[in-house]
Design a binder for this molecule. Sequence first.
Ligand code: PGA
Length: 251
Amino acid sequence: MVRRPLIAGNWKMNGLKADAVALAKGVAGRCLPQPPSVDLLVCPPATLIDPVAQALAGSPVAVGGQDCHTQSSGAHTGDIAAAMLRDLGASHVILGHSERRTDHGETDALVREKAVAAHQAGLVAIICIGETEAERDAGQALAVVGKQFEGSLPPGATAENTVIAYEPVWAIGTGRTPTLAEVAEVHGAIRALAGKQLGAAAQRLRILYGGSMKPSNARELLALADVDGGLIGGASLKVEDFMAIALSSNG
Ligand code: PGA
């Protein structure tokens, strides 16, 4: 089963309009004349989705949000509904990133509700899961990730409307990554669990690796059998690094 890799940039809370437009145009420009044979996505802060979507118009690069609310509208000051992201041109939304789980106390149940909202708005939900360092050291990585996967995957999830991102919390922004064997083990376990919920379609589900992916380690990570792309933070803020990662994929 061939899964087309997805290389997704998580810009987090970085950039003002001019930086974001320049970065987006840089990525789009690198898709000419021939885009890499992977799906490309950038997820800027919500305020920048509109100018980034405009800068990427006509390019193969998609735009996504970094979070959405569970409700489609209403009295939720400061929050953003999935349909609002969609309205600006977003096709994807990252959900349950470890920074949101930590900074905003997001639980698996909340992430699952958000994923339902994302699907209702026609967005692909990129659901993030991953263990802490203490959990890995205690031999709990597979158990924790499995529990998060089962708790966060919404009813109605398909291989087309959902992407999973395995992001060990201790690897995010630290320059450290698990061994290839550790990544392979977790991705294989996620695919096996996905099989219970999605049946044969689990073979089409894309499972991304995230956490200090960079040009120097992307090739070996992306070559693993169950790694179907990357969710890239720091390195996605540099056109050269992001595109080098995209070109490392054998998609
Ligand atoms: P990083 O972030 O690539 O900077 O480690 C990844 C992420 O948080 O999605």
